[in-house]
Design a protein around this ligand. Sequence first.
Ligand code: AMP
Length: 443
Amino acid sequence: MAYLTSAPRGTKDILPVETPKWQYLEKTLLETAGLFGFREIRIPTFEHTELFSRSVGDTTDVVQKEMYTFTDKGDRSVTLRPEGTAGVARAVLEHGLLGDALPQKVSYNITCFRYEKPGSGRYREFHQFGVELYGATSPAADSEVLALAYECFQVLGLSNVVLEINSLGCPECRKQYVQALLNYFNQYRGQLCSTCLERLDRNPLRVLDCKSPEDKKIAAGAPSILDYLCDDCREHFREVQARLTAAEIPFRVEPTIVRGLDYYTRTVFEMVHTAPDGERLVCGGGGRYGGLIEELGGNPTEGIGFAMGLERLLSTMIAEGCDFPPEQTCDVYIASMGEAAGVKAFQLANLLRSEGFFAQCDLMGRSVKAQMKYANKIGAKYVIVLGEDELAKGEAVLKSMHNGATVSIRLDSGFSDAIYEEIMAHAYADLEEVAEDLGLNLH
Ligand code: AMP
């Protein structure tokens, strides 16, 4: 029965000590996207299987091998979302959002599910933050989405990020390119892996994505899509780059990026972080998609978006020593001795909480000594001890755990105001100390 206390392979609990970092990450990303006009959308965890097979593409690894698909009790095939773009497109169509003022901009924070081999940053359940922008065909939209991707890394304190960009052209230029790829790879049919031979017949672009070192070597000599772009696609790609340059956003043209999913046209990109030891980590990717909305039954509408993996972002931030906000700790712990004092402690702790303080009192029936030990362990900033004497006098001592300073506080309706004043006075005194150390004059 040991498996009952082990999470399923490829999944991970996020423990209370870790959640403040996650909350900060998610909030920062949503707020940053908000500054660019993206508003959050929340979509279901599962969708009709066909949504993914039609939009992500049934020749992709995601659809062929990695989907969590099952038949529900109503005999419908449903799938846990492997990514966000398809579900968000379905939602904006269902609710007519593309009939509103365009461009329509939405952001999302979701869990995704892929049956992948777990390990080295790969999970079967993982988190993505993403955005989608609909209705703008101009290169300005590509540049704005790329600028947002870059800004997200800046705000999080990850400066060593480069956007690697490519253009996959439109269906017209892609047709010629695919033929050129076929001609090239056909010469190596004897050397390619069996999956790539299959890919060659179904979708030759996928061969460029193969992870096998031998196939990678062959792919390195393949023709570049950039030599096959039509005039319009070339101009579009040129303008995206011109805007990035104007905004001083670092990017590199990388003609081998094809992305794993089928719906992309024109601009595609990945966000690559390089660690001090030179290790590259792809933290996210995205691109423009032409046919997706139409494929799902909507009027032809282009979209562009990206998704970043939050596990990778967070582990990179921790490895790079990025700043996180300090964790919230208990403001006041009210220790008590005896039943009547226990009730009073409960009443005062509630009063403090209703005023926005983080307050705790004893729930374990412990001795005062043990309660103080606990207050210390949880990092309480102040403690109050209530006993018979304090109740009789209607007054108790508030003690700072930081420097041991004490002050008497009345246990009446002005209690929380008095605590607030004390905390502020101590905070000011601490600030004065720091200022003095730094040779600054606060007055
Ligand atoms: P994709 O939709 O495959 O382009 O993925 C976008 C980002 O999600 C990737 O760059 C990763 O950061 C993250 N990601 C994709 N698959 C996984 C996975 N199995 N486990 C953790 N993160 C993932």
